[in-house]
Design a protein around this ligand. Structure first.
Ligand SMILES: Nc1ncnc2c1ncn2[C@@H]1O[C@H](COP(=O)(O)OP(=O)(O)O)[C@@H](O)[C@H]1O
Ligand SMILES: [Mg+2]
Length: 336
Protein backbone atom coordinates (compact mmCIF):
# COMPACT_ATOMS: atom_id res chain seq x y z
CA UNK A 1 0.00 0.00 0.00
CA UNK A 2 1.16 3.57 -0.70
CA UNK A 3 0.91 5.58 2.51
CA UNK A 4 1.38 9.35 2.72
CA UNK A 5 2.28 10.70 6.17
CA UNK A 6 1.07 14.29 6.58
CA UNK A 7 2.63 16.58 9.18
CA UNK A 8 2.91 20.26 9.99
CA UNK A 9 6.06 21.77 8.50
CA UNK A 10 6.05 24.31 11.38
CA UNK A 11 7.07 27.94 11.36
CA UNK A 12 10.06 30.20 12.06
CA UNK A 13 8.80 30.49 15.62
CA UNK A 14 9.29 26.80 16.28
CA UNK A 15 12.25 25.88 18.45
CA UNK A 16 14.57 23.07 17.33
CA UNK A 17 12.88 20.93 20.02
CA UNK A 18 9.42 21.59 18.53
CA UNK A 19 10.65 20.50 15.11
CA UNK A 20 12.45 17.48 16.54
CA UNK A 21 9.31 16.31 18.40
CA UNK A 22 7.19 16.36 15.23
CA UNK A 23 9.86 14.75 13.08
CA UNK A 24 10.58 12.04 15.67
CA UNK A 25 6.97 10.86 15.62
CA UNK A 26 6.77 11.06 11.82
CA UNK A 27 9.83 8.80 11.67
CA UNK A 28 8.42 6.38 14.25
CA UNK A 29 5.24 5.92 12.25
CA UNK A 30 7.17 5.74 8.96
CA UNK A 31 9.39 2.99 10.36
CA UNK A 32 6.39 0.92 11.51
CA UNK A 33 4.72 1.22 8.11
CA UNK A 34 7.94 0.27 6.30
CA UNK A 35 8.46 -2.71 8.56
CA UNK A 36 5.01 -3.86 7.48
CA UNK A 37 6.06 -3.60 3.85
CA UNK A 38 4.29 -0.36 2.88
CA UNK A 39 5.67 2.32 0.60
CA UNK A 40 5.82 5.57 2.60
CA UNK A 41 6.02 9.19 1.48
CA UNK A 42 6.46 12.07 3.96
CA UNK A 43 4.39 15.14 3.12
CA UNK A 44 4.99 18.37 5.04
CA UNK A 45 2.01 20.76 4.98
CA UNK A 46 2.62 24.51 4.66
CA UNK A 47 0.21 27.40 4.47
CA UNK A 48 -0.77 28.31 0.90
CA UNK A 49 1.14 25.39 -0.59
CA UNK A 50 -1.06 22.61 -1.95
CA UNK A 51 1.55 20.26 -3.38
CA UNK A 52 0.70 17.77 -0.63
CA UNK A 53 -2.84 17.53 -1.94
CA UNK A 54 -1.94 16.18 -5.37
CA UNK A 55 0.38 13.61 -3.75
CA UNK A 56 -2.33 12.59 -1.28
CA UNK A 57 -4.69 11.85 -4.15
CA UNK A 58 -2.27 9.19 -5.42
CA UNK A 59 -1.98 7.48 -2.01
CA UNK A 60 -3.97 4.48 -0.81
CA UNK A 61 -4.00 5.81 2.73
CA UNK A 62 -3.06 9.03 4.50
CA UNK A 63 -1.54 8.75 7.93
CA UNK A 64 -2.47 12.15 9.27
CA UNK A 65 -0.07 13.51 11.90
CA UNK A 66 -0.85 17.12 11.01
CA UNK A 67 -1.81 18.98 14.18
CA UNK A 68 -2.04 22.33 12.42
CA UNK A 69 -0.39 24.36 9.70
CA UNK A 70 2.62 26.58 10.39
CA UNK A 71 2.03 25.77 14.06
CA UNK A 72 -1.57 27.08 14.09
CA UNK A 73 -3.82 24.40 15.56
CA UNK A 74 -6.97 25.96 14.10
CA UNK A 75 -5.88 24.82 10.63
CA UNK A 76 -5.89 21.17 11.69
CA UNK A 77 -9.64 21.05 11.01
CA UNK A 78 -9.13 22.32 7.46
CA UNK A 79 -6.56 19.65 6.68
CA UNK A 80 -8.95 16.96 7.88
CA UNK A 81 -11.82 18.53 5.92
CA UNK A 82 -9.71 18.56 2.78
CA UNK A 83 -8.81 14.90 3.32
CA UNK A 84 -12.50 14.05 3.61
CA UNK A 85 -13.10 15.68 0.23
CA UNK A 86 -10.38 13.62 -1.48
CA UNK A 87 -12.11 10.35 -0.58
CA UNK A 88 -8.71 8.81 0.26
CA UNK A 89 -8.89 6.86 3.56
CA UNK A 90 -7.13 8.72 6.37
CA UNK A 91 -6.26 7.95 9.99
CA UNK A 92 -7.64 9.84 12.96
CA UNK A 93 -10.82 11.74 13.60
CA UNK A 94 -13.05 13.38 11.04
CA UNK A 95 -13.61 17.13 10.74
CA UNK A 96 -16.57 17.49 13.06
CA UNK A 97 -14.98 16.17 16.28
CA UNK A 98 -11.69 17.87 15.40
CA UNK A 99 -13.41 21.27 15.07
CA UNK A 100 -15.77 20.87 18.00
CA UNK A 101 -13.16 19.62 20.47
CA UNK A 102 -10.80 22.45 19.60
CA UNK A 103 -13.30 24.77 21.25
CA UNK A 104 -13.72 23.46 24.77
CA UNK A 105 -16.88 25.50 25.44
CA UNK A 106 -18.54 24.09 22.29
CA UNK A 107 -17.60 20.51 23.23
CA UNK A 108 -18.76 21.10 26.83
CA UNK A 109 -22.11 22.41 25.62
CA UNK A 110 -22.67 19.34 23.42
CA UNK A 111 -21.60 16.95 26.17
CA UNK A 112 -23.71 18.55 28.87
CA UNK A 113 -26.76 18.75 26.63
CA UNK A 114 -26.35 14.99 26.07
CA UNK A 115 -26.55 14.57 29.86
CA UNK A 116 -22.83 13.93 30.37
CA UNK A 117 -21.17 15.29 33.52
CA UNK A 118 -19.13 18.40 32.68
CA UNK A 119 -17.86 20.84 35.36
CA UNK A 120 -19.79 24.15 35.49
CA UNK A 121 -18.19 26.52 32.99
CA UNK A 122 -18.55 29.85 31.26
CA UNK A 123 -16.71 31.80 28.61
CA UNK A 124 -14.95 34.71 30.27
CA UNK A 125 -15.55 38.23 29.04
CA UNK A 126 -13.41 41.28 29.71
CA UNK A 127 -14.67 43.29 32.73
CA UNK A 128 -17.42 40.78 33.41
CA UNK A 129 -15.90 38.42 35.91
CA UNK A 130 -18.53 35.96 37.05
CA UNK A 131 -19.31 36.96 40.63
CA UNK A 132 -21.45 33.92 41.41
CA UNK A 133 -19.06 31.38 39.92
CA UNK A 134 -18.26 28.45 42.30
CA UNK A 135 -14.74 28.54 43.74
CA UNK A 136 -12.11 27.24 43.38
CA UNK A 137 -12.26 27.76 39.63
CA UNK A 138 -9.70 27.03 36.94
CA UNK A 139 -9.07 29.48 34.11
CA UNK A 140 -7.90 27.97 30.82
CA UNK A 141 -7.73 28.96 27.17
CA UNK A 142 -10.82 27.61 25.38
CA UNK A 143 -9.10 26.88 22.09
CA UNK A 144 -5.66 25.54 23.04
CA UNK A 145 -4.45 22.15 24.10
CA UNK A 146 -1.42 20.47 25.65
CA UNK A 147 -1.79 22.52 28.88
CA UNK A 148 -0.93 25.80 27.15
CA UNK A 149 -1.79 28.66 29.55
CA UNK A 150 -2.07 26.36 32.59
CA UNK A 151 0.24 26.99 35.54
CA UNK A 152 -0.16 27.07 39.31
CA UNK A 153 -1.95 30.44 39.06
CA UNK A 154 -4.70 28.92 36.88
CA UNK A 155 -6.64 27.70 39.92
CA UNK A 156 -8.27 30.62 41.72
CA UNK A 157 -9.71 30.45 45.22
CA UNK A 158 -11.00 34.02 45.55
CA UNK A 159 -13.08 36.34 43.40
CA UNK A 160 -10.20 38.76 43.34
CA UNK A 161 -7.72 36.19 42.05
CA UNK A 162 -10.26 35.00 39.47
CA UNK A 163 -10.81 38.51 38.16
CA UNK A 164 -7.07 39.09 37.86
CA UNK A 165 -6.39 35.77 36.17
CA UNK A 166 -9.22 36.21 33.67
CA UNK A 167 -7.88 39.67 32.74
CA UNK A 168 -4.35 38.27 32.27
CA UNK A 169 -5.54 35.37 30.15
CA UNK A 170 -7.74 37.56 27.95
CA UNK A 171 -4.64 39.57 27.05
CA UNK A 172 -3.08 36.43 25.59
CA UNK A 173 -5.99 34.35 24.35
CA UNK A 174 -9.12 35.26 22.44
CA UNK A 175 -11.39 32.80 24.21
CA UNK A 176 -10.97 31.91 27.85
CA UNK A 177 -12.95 29.40 29.85
CA UNK A 178 -13.67 29.60 33.57
CA UNK A 179 -14.46 26.17 34.92
CA UNK A 180 -15.39 24.76 38.30
CA UNK A 181 -12.30 23.10 39.78
CA UNK A 182 -12.79 19.34 40.20
CA UNK A 183 -10.64 18.35 43.15
CA UNK A 184 -10.28 14.55 42.90
CA UNK A 185 -8.19 12.00 40.98
CA UNK A 186 -7.40 12.49 37.28
CA UNK A 187 -7.86 9.82 34.61
CA UNK A 188 -7.32 9.45 30.86
CA UNK A 189 -9.22 6.96 28.73
CA UNK A 190 -7.98 6.17 25.23
CA UNK A 191 -9.94 4.82 22.26
CA UNK A 192 -9.09 3.43 18.85
CA UNK A 193 -12.36 3.41 16.97
CA UNK A 194 -14.87 1.90 19.39
CA UNK A 195 -12.18 -0.03 21.27
CA UNK A 196 -11.43 1.30 24.74
CA UNK A 197 -7.90 1.00 26.14
CA UNK A 198 -7.08 0.51 29.84
CA UNK A 199 -7.76 3.54 32.05
CA UNK A 200 -4.67 5.57 33.02
CA UNK A 201 -4.37 7.68 36.14
CA UNK A 202 -2.21 10.77 36.54
CA UNK A 203 -0.86 10.74 40.11
CA UNK A 204 0.25 13.95 41.77
CA UNK A 205 1.42 12.55 45.14
CA UNK A 206 4.98 13.84 44.83
CA UNK A 207 4.25 17.39 43.68
CA UNK A 208 5.84 20.01 45.96
CA UNK A 209 3.54 21.44 48.68
CA UNK A 210 1.61 24.44 47.50
CA UNK A 211 1.34 23.17 43.92
CA UNK A 212 -2.13 22.41 42.61
CA UNK A 213 -2.50 18.80 41.43
CA UNK A 214 -3.03 19.62 37.77
CA UNK A 215 -1.23 18.81 34.52
CA UNK A 216 0.41 22.20 34.02
CA UNK A 217 2.45 23.39 31.06
CA UNK A 218 5.66 22.72 33.00
CA UNK A 219 4.49 19.19 33.87
CA UNK A 220 3.96 18.49 30.20
CA UNK A 221 6.83 20.34 28.56
CA UNK A 222 9.68 21.01 31.00
CA UNK A 223 11.44 17.70 31.63
CA UNK A 224 12.99 17.49 35.08
CA UNK A 225 10.89 20.36 36.49
CA UNK A 226 9.25 19.69 39.89
CA UNK A 227 5.87 19.72 38.09
CA UNK A 228 7.07 17.10 35.59
CA UNK A 229 8.58 14.90 38.28
CA UNK A 230 5.46 15.15 40.41
CA UNK A 231 3.03 14.22 37.60
CA UNK A 232 3.20 10.46 37.17
CA UNK A 233 1.04 8.47 34.74
CA UNK A 234 0.05 4.99 35.90
CA UNK A 235 -1.57 2.61 33.43
CA UNK A 236 -3.61 0.58 34.12
CA UNK A 237 -4.97 2.68 36.98
CA UNK A 238 -5.67 0.97 40.29
CA UNK A 239 -9.42 1.17 40.61
CA UNK A 240 -12.14 -0.85 42.24
CA UNK A 241 -14.48 -2.26 39.66
CA UNK A 242 -17.58 -0.09 40.24
CA UNK A 243 -15.56 3.07 39.90
CA UNK A 244 -13.69 1.71 36.85
CA UNK A 245 -17.03 0.88 35.19
CA UNK A 246 -18.40 4.29 36.00
CA UNK A 247 -15.35 6.08 34.55
CA UNK A 248 -15.34 3.81 31.48
CA UNK A 249 -19.06 4.38 30.87
CA UNK A 250 -18.78 8.17 31.00
CA UNK A 251 -15.61 8.14 28.85
CA UNK A 252 -17.19 5.92 26.21
CA UNK A 253 -20.37 8.01 26.03
CA UNK A 254 -18.34 11.22 25.69
CA UNK A 255 -16.06 9.72 23.03
CA UNK A 256 -18.87 8.21 20.96
CA UNK A 257 -21.09 11.25 21.31
CA UNK A 258 -18.45 13.54 19.82
CA UNK A 259 -16.53 11.24 17.45
CA UNK A 260 -19.08 8.57 16.53
CA UNK A 261 -16.41 6.13 17.71
CA UNK A 262 -14.24 6.91 14.67
CA UNK A 263 -10.52 7.62 14.59
CA UNK A 264 -8.57 7.57 17.85
CA UNK A 265 -8.73 9.78 20.89
CA UNK A 266 -8.33 10.32 24.59
CA UNK A 267 -10.89 11.52 27.13
CA UNK A 268 -9.46 13.52 30.07
CA UNK A 269 -11.46 13.22 33.29
CA UNK A 270 -11.41 14.06 37.00
CA UNK A 271 -13.37 12.76 39.97
CA UNK A 272 -15.26 15.14 42.21
CA UNK A 273 -14.83 14.78 45.97
CA UNK A 274 -17.97 12.60 46.06
CA UNK A 275 -16.55 10.24 43.40
CA UNK A 276 -18.50 11.43 40.33
CA UNK A 277 -16.41 11.33 37.12
CA UNK A 278 -16.43 14.57 35.13
CA UNK A 279 -15.25 15.03 31.54
CA UNK A 280 -12.60 17.75 31.21
CA UNK A 281 -12.14 17.32 27.48
CA UNK A 282 -12.13 14.94 24.54
CA UNK A 283 -8.90 14.96 22.50
CA UNK A 284 -9.37 13.79 18.90
CA UNK A 285 -6.19 12.34 17.31
CA UNK A 286 -3.91 13.05 20.33
CA UNK A 287 -0.12 12.78 20.40
CA UNK A 288 0.87 9.44 18.92
CA UNK A 289 4.52 9.45 20.03
CA UNK A 290 5.71 6.17 21.48
CA UNK A 291 6.31 7.89 24.85
CA UNK A 292 2.91 9.62 25.00
CA UNK A 293 -0.27 8.60 26.82
CA UNK A 294 -2.05 6.71 24.04
CA UNK A 295 0.95 4.45 23.35
CA UNK A 296 1.23 3.76 27.10
CA UNK A 297 -2.43 2.73 27.20
CA UNK A 298 -1.90 0.59 24.11
CA UNK A 299 0.98 -1.20 25.84
CA UNK A 300 -1.20 -1.88 28.89
CA UNK A 301 -3.70 -3.41 26.47
CA UNK A 302 -0.98 -5.68 25.03
CA UNK A 303 -0.22 -3.70 21.90
CA UNK A 304 3.37 -2.81 21.10
CA UNK A 305 3.84 0.52 19.32
CA UNK A 306 3.70 -1.20 15.92
CA UNK A 307 0.36 -2.78 16.86
CA UNK A 308 -1.09 0.56 17.90
CA UNK A 309 -0.07 2.19 14.61
CA UNK A 310 -1.47 -0.72 12.60
CA UNK A 311 -4.74 -0.76 14.58
CA UNK A 312 -5.11 2.92 13.69
CA UNK A 313 -4.47 2.05 10.02
CA UNK A 314 -7.06 -0.77 10.16
CA UNK A 315 -9.64 1.52 11.72
CA UNK A 316 -9.11 4.06 8.91
CA UNK A 317 -9.45 1.45 6.17
CA UNK A 318 -12.50 -0.25 7.70
CA UNK A 319 -14.21 3.09 8.26
CA UNK A 320 -13.55 4.17 4.70
CA UNK A 321 -15.00 0.92 3.36
CA UNK A 322 -18.15 1.25 5.41
CA UNK A 323 -18.58 4.91 4.36
CA UNK A 324 -18.15 3.91 0.71
CA UNK A 325 -20.65 1.09 1.07
CA UNK A 326 -23.14 3.49 2.68
CA UNK A 327 -22.59 6.07 -0.11
CA UNK A 328 -23.08 3.38 -2.78
CA UNK A 329 -26.29 2.30 -1.08
CA UNK A 330 -27.60 5.87 -1.00
CA UNK A 331 -26.70 6.52 -4.67
CA UNK A 332 -28.30 3.17 -5.62
CA UNK A 333 -31.48 4.17 -3.82
CA UNK A 334 -31.57 7.63 -5.38
CA UNK A 335 -30.88 6.24 -8.91
CA UNK A 336 -33.69 3.70 -8.57
N1 LIG B 1 -12.20 21.71 35.73
C1 LIG B 1 -11.01 21.27 36.12
N2 LIG B 1 -10.80 20.83 37.38
C2 LIG B 1 -9.59 20.39 37.79
N3 LIG B 1 -8.50 20.36 37.00
C3 LIG B 1 -8.65 20.78 35.72
C4 LIG B 1 -9.91 21.24 35.21
N4 LIG B 1 -9.73 21.60 33.92
C5 LIG B 1 -8.44 21.35 33.63
N5 LIG B 1 -7.78 20.86 34.72
C6 LIG B 1 -6.36 20.48 34.79
O1 LIG B 1 -5.67 21.10 33.71
C7 LIG B 1 -5.16 20.11 32.78
C8 LIG B 1 -5.32 20.57 31.34
O2 LIG B 1 -6.69 20.84 31.09
P1 LIG B 1 -7.48 20.22 29.86
O3 LIG B 1 -8.89 20.69 29.96
O4 LIG B 1 -7.27 18.75 29.80
O5 LIG B 1 -6.81 20.99 28.65
P2 LIG B 1 -5.57 20.67 27.67
O6 LIG B 1 -5.05 19.30 28.03
O7 LIG B 1 -6.21 20.71 26.33
O8 LIG B 1 -4.61 21.77 27.89
C9 LIG B 1 -5.95 18.84 33.11
O9 LIG B 1 -5.20 17.69 32.77
C10 LIG B 1 -6.18 18.98 34.61
O10 LIG B 1 -5.05 18.56 35.37
MG1 LIG C 1 -6.10 17.60 28.49
Amino acid sequence: MKVAILFDAGSDEWSPQDVAAVVANVHEVRDVLRRRGHEVELLPVRFGDFRWLSRVRRADLVFNLCEGINGHARFEDFVVGTLELTGVPFTGCRTWPTSVCHRKHVANTLLSSAGLPVPAYMLAQANKTPSEFPLPAIVKPAAEDASVGIDNGAVCTSKRALKKRVAQMLEQFEEVLVQEYIAGREFNVGFVGKRMLPIAEIRFDTLPDGTWPIVSYAAKWIPGSPEDEGTIPICPAELESDLANNIAGVARSAWEHLSDGEGYGRVDMRLSEDGQPYVLEVNPSPDLSSNAGLARMGRAFGWGYDDLVMQIVDEALTRSQSHRAAAALVSGVSAA
